[in-house]
Structures are given as structure tokens and as C-alpha cells.
Design a protein around this ligand. Sequence first.
Ligand code: ADP
Length: 165
Amino acid sequence: MKAIFPGSFDPITNGHLDVLEQASAIFDEVVVVIATNTNKKSLFAPSEKKRLAEEATAHLPKVKVVLAPNSLTVQVAKKLGAQAIVRGLRNSQDMVYEQDMAFINHEMAPDLETVFFMTTARYAHLSSTMVRESAQLGGDVSSLVPECVQKALHAKFSAKLGDRK
Ligand code: ADP
């Protein structure tokens, strides 16, 4: 069975990887679908997000990464021949939002199931936003993101931090 894991991934974090590791144990193939039509302002360009996601998931042979410009999640799933949408849950706030999304997607594509994975407790407070903000202020994010992302964040922000000194 094939699943997609859609999201912004700006950037991919250890929380996303935790969900992907859990999903890999159940599905035959999991495609990380990087949405590029999001209203959220992005730090990383789509091509950078894709490269980082590919590098971070190199140890997971069932995981592939694609970019999805201006597409509905259900349409991407159909195009890729996936039967399930994977989403991660951190807390009850995620649950409320994700439930609405799952209902809407089910209305549009009744044969597509949304499957939720609870995050490991230590990643329950982790978000890409928190990582971007910490890294921008020079914080240590090494326990929150894969090494390639840590390097990419450092490259993005070190020039700016240098300017402030
Ligand atoms: P989106 O803009 O779709 O929320 P994100 O990249 O922020 O994109 O998240 C993609 C998916 O990964 C969502 O289902 C989100 O709940 C989940 N996710 C994000 N961070 C974590 C985490 N720390 N633990 C588990 N799931 C997470």
C-alpha cells in the first residue's frame, strides 16, 4: 500500500522523520509531498526543501520526495496512485485541525484514508517554525533536525548573525 505525507517541510525536522519512520514500518512506499502553494511564507526554496528531505530520508528506502506546486492533496494522491494520506499528531490542537482536513479530504476522495501517527513525546513541541526561529537567533537545533538541515540553517543565518556582531 502506498501513502503520501504532505506538508510544508520548511525545513524537514526530526518530528517529520519520526512520523516517516513509523509510516515506513506499515506502508510499502511513502511519498513526501512538499506543497509549494502554501500561504505560509517559506524560508527555504522548494528545490532546497526537496534536497534536504531527500538527504534526511536517505536511510529510509521506502521514502521518496516530490514537489507539488499548486495541487490539492487528494489530486496528488490520485496522480501518484496512493491509497492513504499520512499526517502527524503532536497534541489536541493538531487533532482538531487534522480532523477537519481529513473530513474535507474524505468528502472529495472517499476511497482515500487519512492515517495519523502520534509523535514520540520528545518531539511533541517541535515544529518547523520553532526550528527556524531558534536557528535565526543562533540557538542550537542539533537535537531537533537532521545534520544536513542544521548545516543549511547555519548557512542561511550565519551571514546575518555575523552582521550583528
Ligand atoms: P503543514 O503546513 O501541512 O502543517 P508541516 O510541514 O508543518 O506542514 O507538517 C506536515 C505534517 O507533519 C503535519 O501532519 C504535521 O502535523 C506533522 N508534524 C510536524 N511536526 C511534527 C512533529 N514534531 N511530530 C509529529 N508530526 C509533526
